[in-house]
Design a protein around this ligand. Sequence first.
Ligand code: WAQ
Ligand code: MG
Length: 258
Amino acid sequence: MDQSKIYSVRMRASEKESHENGGKHISGGELLSSYNDLPMSVNTLLEKALNHSRGKPDFFQIQCEIVNQPIKRVNPLTVQTNEVTTVKEGQELARTLLKKTGVSEDIIEKAYKQIPEYAVRGAIIIDIHTGERIDGRSDKGVRVSRMDWQTENFEKWAESKTVPANPRLKEALALATKVCHHESTIAELCWSDDPEYITGYVAGKHIGYQRITQLKHYGDERGCRIFFVDALSTIDTNITYLEEQPIMVQWEEDHDGR
Ligand code: WAQ
Ligand code: MG
């Protein structure tokens, strides 16, 4: 990819009204593209907006803008898949893994109690000391963007790890890698808002990206994305990092943790 001209491409789609007018969030997407790849990149996000299990969009927007900062290359988090047989087992494992990253039990419970309240199109940020939400983005949440992973490099990685080379895993792992790369991130907890996708994950710097095969029931349209952070005083710079720092995930076999 030509380093000199990179564009951030972002999409958001909603039903009935735009998001700001109260429409239901259908899907979003973000990627990095060279100038020459823009037609293909815009089309990738167009397809995503038009074909989503949450519904057909009545509003969508695709936005392109040049990225002026240098792009940082980061190795993907290590990945492990935990097979569970019930959602209950999956959610118990998620709590255990969160504890392993250093989030205390009562903060985990406090965060879980708040989950039903959220209907955001981004992520919410929770302070690991108070269990309070601190992003201040109300119904929007924080949308991580400016990260990507070249498909060729991702597919090589997926083959070597014998994991499915599906774009959803690519997007989620690129996002988690970016999020966990920040010093104040302690952990991430996520499952999809797509009714037919029930695998989710807990991620952290030391535990890596821990897939859990059932974190919700089929048909459930409620998703979850929480970043647990340790550093209230730097929340603004943290959000700026999540939204603006360009990151390209790049797997270098030699630098692999395993
Ligand atoms: N930044 C912040 N939050 C986001 C972003 C983003 N770029 N993208 C999605 N979210 C939030 C938003 O609230 C969604 O409702 C929620 O996360 C779920 O998003 O097999 O597909 O894109 O290893 O539906 C994880 C497992 C799949 C993949 C997660 O999430 C695997 C997934 P979705
Ligand atoms: Mg989704």
